[in-house]
Design a protein around this ligand. Sequence first.
Ligand code: AHR
Length: 503
Amino acid sequence: QPARFTLDPAFTVGTVDPRLFGSFVEHLGRCVYTGIFEPGHPSADETGLRTDVLELIRELGVTAVRYPGGNFVSGYKWEDSVGPVDRRPRRLDLAWHSTETNRFGLGEYIAFLRKLGPHTEPMMAVNLGTRGVAEALELQEYANHPSGTALSDLRAAHGHEDPFGIRLWCLGNEMDGPWQTGHKTAAEYGRLAAETARAMRQIDPSVELVACGSSNRSMPTFAAWEATVLAETYDLVDHISLHAYYEPADGDIDSFLASAVDMESFIENVIATCDHVGARLKSTKRINLSFDEWNVWYQSRWQEHARSADPGDWPEAPRLLEDAYSVTDAVVVGSLLIALLRHADRVTVACLAQLVNVIAPIMTEPGGPAWRQTTFFPFAHASAYGRGTVLDVRVDSPTYETRRYGETDLLHATAVRAGDGSVTVFAVNRGRTEPLPLEVALGSLGPTSLIGHTALADADPDAGNTLAGPERVTPHQVPGTRLRDGVLSAVLEPLSWNVIRLC
Ligand code: AHR
């Protein structure tokens, strides 16, 4: 029995904000050091940036990069990371039990983004863990004020005459989490976020601000936290953050493949909470969602590592959270991208956490090569072809049984119509053993030809790319897909991520 849906240009979700394809660089493990930045590496440019990695990031299609954390930001002193490198202090990084050398800092981050090109924008977090309003304002003045004040002139003296132009700011990170340095209650954080936002808008009313939502949906304070924080900040912020990481629980791959069911209902819960607060405040303003950390993350492996770590050891750029991703993981990442696109009317920023080495689509070896993990491909496809208007897709699909989510559709799909009228269908077959026939009725949509059908699937669901075999898994073209008499028909391989392009 085929899975089916109908596309109609009159039924749309919304326009995709390019920042839906953001990522995240945290001072954590080897994301920065020996990831994007490795002076002396054969591919390093004159500033120490690895040009092989820059090339892969461009190919990935990243549109925004959140920085410098994550948990790291809650101990971050921005002023340590600017000025002459040989005078920058070494600091303890409490979040990741490491030593931060500050050889890469704020100016290097902006230079890195500029090298990536004009389509990648900064997303800077301020420290609301150990710090507060004054330090956030100082950072904003240093970064963005044109000239003629102590901090803007200091930036120029550090070699950055042009302001950094950071528009998008996160007001802290995961402040609801007891693991966060300077963790706060919702009321404490709500007040601090409101006062920081108010002051930052005094410098520049046009900044875009993200308030911290819950660290994840299973936090005991989830939803109450968002309601309290938004009651304080509703008129002062633009977005509330969401974070979610998925991994198979107790080897339950069928539920893992349905992770997007959780992500979609998480998004809908947060929208409901935002709109509830808006209704209570009788506001016509709409708060959007910044899903600024999402991915597959084998957190159980990290917890094991953290338990056995030596408390006296504070290494520089250790190998942390270096998950190696499989085909199964890539299909889940593809499905999470579909979930984000299906809510593009409210999710206007999203960041794949993270970018290089740390739970990342790109891996590097110090002194050696860089390569694409399996999860690189769905992200690159979605960023390349997922721009335009998301069409409202309601699937009629055969189902399968999952322990965690009950009866679940085998097909997860969305479709995006670009400005030139071309349409891309993104689809995942969650079934592990059987191919899934798909029929899409195009009605008056317009496309009459198939550009191509690309898939990521493999006879071995555990296959991945490694230093020894960096191209073991790559996408392939799927033969047999047809567009005839207004109906697209395809067969989705078992456990597959699919991109079908029409014009
Ligand atoms: O991305 C890794 C960590 O996950 C981040 O530092 C933190 O914000 C989250 O818990």
